[in-house]
Design a protein around this ligand. Structure first.
Ligand SMILES: O=C(CO)[C@H](O)[C@H](O)COP(=O)(O)O
Length: 229
């Protein structure tokens, strides 16, 4: 049995093969993507020519440390793929993301890519979304109004302002995150639309019809590819 870190590493290294010479690609955020960054750093030092569009400040520093050249979404004509982690993946390829707080930029990069490829360990693949609290990025001003609207609508059980070291967590784009606990999410597109329509909400961590495939590492050493579209 492999450790969870080894499983994530297997998924990250497997996904590195999808980044071809001369490619611009979206580079996600998180502990699984960390292994992708490490592997691509080695391949860049061996001559692979690529440019990454990073999805967070954390990924910018890890990519620079690994020697991966970066570019900006506004500088690229085409983004064939974006590779990113996820907190939950369902059999339709719907995702919950934002456990690392980078959901806004991750969603913008995923939307710009022709294909979004998710990398994760097997524990993230679930029959139904909603056990992992759904992150919702909100404007700081008046955020308690958004909390109230979410609770009054009765769509989730509880809503918590995300904190880090005892103070509110601030995203790369200077917003707050509300973590919404559901029992389960039956209709992800409807929940996504409902929450996005609340004034003060910037974006949700529900990624609907965005992922093309998932590369899932398992503890027995297998790496499985699941295609969604
Ligand atoms: O959405 C994310 C960050 O905002 C991450 O991709 C997600 O939290 C998965 O991360 P990890 O690979 O560390 O489990």
């Amino acid at each position: 049995m492999l450790s969870s870190e080894e499983v994530k590493k297997n998924a990250g290294v497997f996904a590195a093969d999808l980044v071809k010479n001369g490619m611009n690609f979206g580079l996600g955020t998180g502990s699984t993507v960390y292994w992708l960054i490490r592997e691509l750093g080695v391949r860049v030092s061996q001559g692979l020519e690529i440019r990454a569009v990073p999805t967070s400040a954390q990924t910018v520093s890890l990519a620079l440390e690994a020697g991966i050249p970066l570019t900006d979404l506004d500088q690229v004509a085409q983004l064939p793929i974006a590779i990113d982690g996820a907190d939950e993946i369902d059999p339709q390829g719907q995702l919950i993301k934002g456990g690392g707080g980078a959901l806004l930029q991750e969603k913008i990069v995923a939307a710009a890519a022709e294909k979004m490829i998710v990398i994760a360990d097997g524990s993230k693949y679930v029959s139904q979304l909603g056990r992992f609290p759904l992150p919702v990025e909100v404007i700081r001003f008046g955020y308690k109004q958004v909390m109230r609207r979410l609770l009054d609508a009765g769509i989730c059980r509880s809503v918590k302002l995300r904190e880090k070291n005892g103070t509110p967590f601030i995203t790369d784009h200077q917003h707050y995150i509300l973590d919404c606990q559901f029992d389960h999410i039956d209709d992800a597109p409807a929940i996504n639309t409902f929450i996005r329509n609340i004034t003060g909400v910037v974006e949700t961590g529900l990624f609907v019809r965005m992922a093309s495939s998932a590369i899932i590492g398992h503890s027995d050493g297998r790496v499985e590819t699941i295609n969604f579209r």
